[in-house]
Design a protein around this ligand. Structure first.
Ligand code: FAD
Length: 338
């Protein structure tokens, strides 16, 4: 691990000033991802700015009927908050599908949004990686790529975004509040994470010096018809091979609104608005779910070892939509898929 300075920020302004003054500085929140990356010599911050003493851990009602999740609210506090459980069960379910109890007690909203890919090449400083070392190459292409992207990848990078929480937030159309040297701004969830293109080392649209302060959940909660389906190599903690956050509004026997976000398939939580729109007005049955899944995966490209993900994703979309329509969400404590 490299040497670094440590600053425990007493105010948000102090944190922003410290980050703005030193491009090598990094925020630390729960530390469950950053410290790992520092130990592997993947992240080498010159300064670590500890924000854990800032008052950013509240979960609060919003005037519009939604909820505001503080950037330092832990994943456990969020998933077990009675308002989140009752009004955003899709989010609670997705968070509980991720990591382990101990990790969720430490991991925060802001840190989860900014956790980095689990691509094995990214974690190994002994090999090239365009995400870690721009211009060095991508050994996952043509290499071992079982966990890698089939949608939205580029010739520079085929890494996937690992978060479960973010897939639910994408489906819920959450908004991310940040503060930085230029003042506060709000980022629509869809605009926060980036596709790799030719700059895969940049994961998000967060600007230098900016700190995430909270995430807003809009009032529309899709309570009765939702599911978070996570398919992985083992039932105890593991990252998703494919995950689906599905939420429906059903009126007079037809689909009135659809939210569908996919995890484990792309560099960011994947939304396909055309695929969603294709379901509106349809009867919520297997044929319409299958047609939408085929449409969403039509442009998917496998890299060899991960070819199986394309068919797995098709089946997962159909199953998740069927579970959501029937109001039988996937249990994250039982986990076994029936
Ligand atoms: C063994 C293991 C298994 C896991 N399994 C899963 C899983 O199945 N699903 C899943 O979704 N996740 C999983 N995770 C990842 C875990 O959820 C993340 O490590 C965690 O959410 C990161 O949150 P943190 O608060 O610890 O972030 P930190 O490690 O403190 O920070 C992560 C990044 O976010 C930045 N950051 C943090 N807060 C802010 C802020 N407010 N503003 C600006 N920048 C900020 C930091 O600078 C850093 O770059 C797993 C982790 C481990 C170690």
């Amino acid at each position: 691990m490299n040497r670094f300075d440590y600053l425990r920020a007493a105010t948000l302004d102090e944190a922003i000033a410290a980050l703005s003054a030193d491009p090598g500085a990094k925020v630390i929140a729960g530390g469950t991802n950053l410290v790992d990356l520092m130990k592997y010599d993947v992240a080498k911050p010159s300064r670590v700015v500890d924000i854990t003493r800032l008052p950013l851990d509240a979960i609060e009602e919003r005037a519009d009927g939604g909820l505001r999740l503080g950037a330092l609210a832990t994943n456990a506090d969020t998933a077990y908050d009675p308002r989140v459980k009752a009004r955003y069960p899709l989010l609670a379910s997705a968070i509980l599908a991720g990591a382990s109890g101990q990790l969720r007690n430490a991991a925060t909203t802001g840190g989860n949004l900014l956790q980095r890919t689990r691509c094995y090449y990214f974690y190994d400083p002994g090999v090239a990686c365009n995400k870690r070392e721009p211009g060095s190459g991508c050994p996952a292409i043509g290499g071992v790529n079982r966990i890698h992207a089939v949608l939205g990848a580029s010739e520079q990078c085929i890494a996937v975004h690992p978060s479960d929480m973010c897939v639910a937030m994408a489906a819920l159309d959450a908004r991310i509040n940040v503060e930085g040297p230029q003042g506060p701004r709000v980022i629509a969830f869809e605009d926060f994470h980036r596709l790799p293109g030719d700059s895969p080392h940049i994961d998000t649209t967060l600007q230098p010096g900016e700190v995430i302060t909270s995430v807003d959940l809009p009032p529309d909660d899709f309570g009765p018809h939702y599911t978070y389906l996570k398919l992985r190599d083992r039932l105890s903690y593991a990252f998703a091979l494919v995950s689906v956050a599905a939420a429906l509004k059903i009126e007079r026997g037809c689909i009135a609104e659809v939210r569908l976000a996919l995890g484990g398939l792309a560099h960011k939580p994947w939304r396909d608005r055309h695929g969603e729109a294709s379901l509106v007005g349809k009867i919520p049955d297997r044929a319409s779910f299958q047609a939408a899944a085929d449409q969403i995966l039509a442009g998917a490209v496998g890299q060899g070892h991960n070819d199986f993900k394309i068919d797995l994703a098709r089946r997962a979309i159909v199953r998740a939509l069927a579970q959501a329509a029937a109001g039988t969400p996937q249990s994250q404590s039982v986990k076994r898929v029936n």
